[in-house]
Write a protein that binds this ligand. Structure first.
Ligand code: ZN
Length: 901
């Protein structure tokens, strides 16, 4: 009888259930551990529980002698024995430091496990992965990495050589867990799975390990795992048990840590990206998540529609093979509620494994239903719901053949489903090892052969508005493992379309047109999963074009290992130095010099790009060099120069966490702004002018800011009292008072809702909102207006201080139904339309998807008001969306500087 790990139960948990505690004692005595691993023949899983138990007892008793011997000889601790509590039990969680110590112990005791540190996290933890395989494979890992690298870029290899590499190589299988910190099951599961792989003597498991090298990342966001575990433990046993945290579970980006995989702004993303695309070149990436609690129990591939045009279809074939194995093994083990073709599309490139699809990598997502962190939940059958793509109502369908009937759902269930899919994945990558390895090479070859060898993406350094950002784009592509060349004489970055990652390059550099897939005639289109545009040159404000390059230019260019940044410094000596304000880094320099006590001036003349002027200072040269900016000397200050003071910026932080708050904080810190978070209490207390010059309200709703709740009405879970509520009426009055006394208030996207009310009483409304002239947030539905994250053409008034130094025409990132309608103000108020949409709807969309764009025609996209010395700036689009839209960062920087004048 072939043995198969189909279930691993803690014996104590199993026997508590049946009341046979005596056996637990026996087991503990026999094995000197708290739990015992059971290997159940899969046939037994089909039997009823009572029959099953009898079978299990016989098996356990007959295998005790063997188990005892194994434990003694290897001395490999189980996670539960090592940590001193039952991993996966209700209300028990291992935090990341415990997980780390377990993996270290496992690696010390087992010659099948090694630890690789990937780098530091944002908050300074060591981020690691376990490398798991046979001792022989681990001893030869350099050889297998090299094979994987060659298959990822097989240029110059014959098909015989590729076959030989596929035969001799091992599948590099990356399994990543817990990028979303409240989706905690996989971090706990990772220890059990690693233990199983490290100790199993099952010939089938040993064969799989011999075929593969498993790269197991127990958490892609260690800081967040620690935050969530601490929060959970703190409120255990209270009415807040298992509830939401009032802050983001990543220091900067929270849940958006899985929106960063093409822009690579965060340190954790960079760590993993480096390991994947520069070191190990895994062929298969499985990323395990959790989803909502009221629907299916697990999502497995195939993905839902739509499909990205440029992804090689072989990727989906491989992913679907994996999905089939997962579904098969889950069903076989009696797990219900398995769905595919649901919710998660095959179009968007922003998440972990998705980015790899364009780089010829197989990559799969699984999503298991959640509990309340480690607290079980009880779901009534009447509460089970469909919704979204692929399951309109909660009914049996071919992609959902065995609906879960409702009942108790706990951490242990999540981990059991995850153990099964992890096992099925390893089974698949082992079974199809040679096909997968050859598949990667086939896709890479096709990417090269289907592209015109003379076509390149060309990024000229001359004529760029912001050469540093243009260089950053080239650097980002290099970081992605893309081949980037440099032509020194012509000062061009050249990126060949014909290269293994060529389709990734085309996806990121080109424009998007969202495919309008209708699941049935007369139905609406399938909505995008996330945003609909990611055209890097447009978002970053960089000139780039896809053109044919002559062979002599190609041949006189050099392949880069690193980019050369523009040389910064002082051209010669002077009393003052100046630079035009049309590069993002100019603001970093101005902030750095003010922080260093230097004198900084801003000179602005109508119809001219403003200039920053710096008085000579011992730190100026080093900073100019650091920020890659060349400063020109000048003898004196122009008449229009105004000396700047260091601006005190407050960024409002709601207790219902705002990703935009985190991203804004990240961005402004990167550029050296003097920034502080303010929370409800401080806003309500008033007298804000004493501490701040500028207050920024990040993109979130009026309800979140004012009331501390999401949505209007309905049930909401309360936070502990210290985090309850919003700024309230008092806070709104305090903000108005701040503006009246000369402060500057900046609202980002939906935060503009706080301005429409009586507190501010300004002649502006959102033309896309229903319900009267001063109504709050947009009630527009997606059937008449849907712009889910697209780049739209917007014109800028470059004579306004907020638009100064910007190009007249920009690509603005829009993801909310906001279009400002202003009207003529009374004499004490000045109103400026800073940015506006084109007159003709057909000119509006640049990249992505826009339905109902005509409603934006001739509407304002950004406006400003002044009343006395006070200012309000309202941006309807996302000037700094996820730290990706470098082309519009300056609008925010300008608004802050305007506030400081
Ligand atoms: Zn997730």
């Amino acid at each position: 009888m072939g043995l198969e790990i189909v279930a691993r139960k803690s014996l104590s948990g199993f026997l508590d259930l049946t009341g046979h505690k005596w056996l637990l004692q026996l087991a503990k005595t026999a094995c000197r551990v708290h739990t015992v691993t059971l290997f159940l023949p899969k046939e037994l899983m089909m039997l009823k529980r009572r029959t099953l138990l009898t079978g299990v007892l016989i098996l356990v008793l007959s295998s005790f002698g063997q188990a005892q011997q194994k434990e003694k000889s290897s001395a490999v601790p189980t996670p539960s024995a090592f940590l001193g509590f039952e991993v996966g039990a209700d209300r028990k969680l291992a935090d990341y430091r415990q997980i780390t110590s377990y993996f270290k112990a496992l690696a010390a005791a087992s010659n099948r496990v090694e630890i690789q540190v990937l780098g530091k996290t944002t908050l300074g933890e060591d981020m690691f992965m376990a490398v798991i395989s046979t001792p022989e494979n681990l001893a030869n890992k350099a050889k297998y990495k090299e094979i994987a690298r060659k298959l990822a870029d097989p240029r110059g290899l014959s098909s015989q050589q590729i076959d030989a590499l596929a035969r001799d190589g091992k599948t590099i299988f990356l399994l990543t867990c817990n990028i979303h910190s409240t989706e905690i099951g996989s971090s706990q599961m990772s220890m059990e799975w690693a233990y199983n792989l490290a100790t199993s003597q099952d010939p089938e498991i040993l064969r799989r390990l011999n075929d593969s090298i498993v790269l197991l990342v127990p958490s892609l966001n260690p800081d967040g795992e620690i935050m969530v575990t601490e929060w959970y433990r703190k409120y255990l046993g209270t009415k807040y048990e298992g509830g939401e945290m009032p802050y983001l579970y990543h220091h900067y980006v929270g849940h958006d840590d899985n929106r960063d995989w093409f822009m690579l702004t965060q340190i954790e993303t960079k760590n993993v990206n480096r390991m994947v695309y520069h070191e190990w070149f895994p062929q298969f990436w499985l990323d395990e998540h959790q989803m909502g609690e009221n629907g299916p129990r697990i999502y497995i591939p195939p993905n839902a529609d739509p499909v990205a045009k440029l992804v090689n279809p072989l990727v989906h074939r491989g992913n679907n093979l994996m999905g089939a194995a997962m579904g098969w093994r889950l069903e076989e083990a009696g797990k219900s509620g398995v769905i595919f073709g649901y919710s998660f599309d095959a179009y968007w490139p922003g998440g972990t494994r998705n980015t790899g699809w364009w780089k010829n990598m197989y990559g799969v997502l699984t999503e298991v239903a959640s509990a309340r962190i480690a607290t079980p939940i009880e779901i009534e059958s009447t509460e089970l719901q469909g919704g979204g793509k692929g399951l309109t109502t909660y009914e049996q369908q071919i992609n959902f053949p065995n609906p879960w009937p409702g009942g108790t759902w706990r951490l242990r269930d999540i981990m059991d489903y995850e153990l099964l899919v992890s096992g099925a994945a390893l089974e698949t990558v082992s079974k199809y090892r040679q096909e997968l390895l050859r598949g990667v090479a086939t896709m890479a070859t096709q990417a090269v052969q289907t592209a015109d060898p003379n076509v390149y993406w060309r990024i000229p350094m001359d004529g760029q508005r912001d050469p540093v950002t243009a260089t950053r784009l080239a650097a980002l592509l290099l970081e992605h493992g893309v081949e980037v060349r440099w032509h020194a004489d012509k000062r061009l970055f050249l990126i060949p379309a014909a290269q293994p990652y060529g389709r990734f390059v085309d996806e990121m550099m080109g424009i998007q047109r969202y495919p309008e897939v209708r699941p049935a005639a007369n139905s609406g289109i399938l909505e995008p999963y996330d945003v609909a545009a990611w055209s890097l040159p447009l978002m970053m404000g960089v000139k780039a074009e896809r053109v044919s390059i002559t062979p002599d230019v190609q041949n006189s260019s050099l392949q880069l290992q690193n980019v050369t940044w523009p040389v910064g410094g002082l051209a010669s000596t002077g009393k003052y130095y100046s630079i035009a304000a049309h590069q993002n880094n100019v603001f970093a320099l101005a902030n750095a010099m003010q922080a260093a006590g230097g004198q900084v001036y801003l000179a602005q003349k109508t119809n001219e790009t403003p200039e920053f002027i710096f008085a000579a200072n011992p730190q100026l040269a080093a900073n100019a060099e650091k920020f890659h900016l060349q400063l020109q000397p000048r003898a004196d200050l122009p008449q229009e120069a105004t000396q700047l003071k260091q601006i005190r910026v407050a960024l409002y932080k709601p207790y219902i966490p705002s990703h935009d708050e985190g991203w804004t904080r990240f961005l402004l810190e990167q550029y050296g702004f003097k920034l502080k978070n303010i929370e409800n209490k401080e806003v309500k207390a008033g007298n804000l002018n004493n501490s701040y010059d500028v207050i920024i309200l990040p993109d979130t709703t009026r309800e979140v800011i004012v009331d501390g709740k999401e949505g209007r009405g309905g049930f909401f879970e309360e936070f502990p009292p210290e985090y309850a509520g919003g700024i309230g009426k008092d806070g709104l009055h305090a903000l108005r008072d701040f503006v009246d006394k000369g402060g500057t208030l900046i609202t980002l996207a939906n935060a503009s809702d706080v301005i429409y009310g009586e507190e501010f009483n300004l002649p502006v409304r959102n033309a896309l909102a229903s319900g009267g002239a001063t109504a709050g947030r947009a009630a527009t539905t997606t059937s008449d207006f849907n712009i889910p994250g697209s780049l739209l053409r917007v014109y800028v008034d470059t004579n306004h201080p907020v638009g100064a130094g910007m190009p007249h025409e920009i690509a603005a990132f829009v993801d909310s139904p906001i279009a400002f309608q202003t009207s003529a103000p009374p004499p004490d108020i000045q109103r400026s339309v800073i940015a506006w949409y084109p007159d003709d709807a057909k000119d509006i969309l640049v990249s992505g998807y826009a339905h109902g764009a005509e409603r934006l025609q001739r509407k304002a996209a950004a406006v400003a008001f002044t009343r006395g010395k006070g200012k309000i700036v309202m941006f309807g689009f996302r000037v700094q969306h996820r730290a990706q839209t470098e082309g519009t960062f300056q609008l925010l920087f300008n608004a802050i500087y305007w506030g400081g004048m």
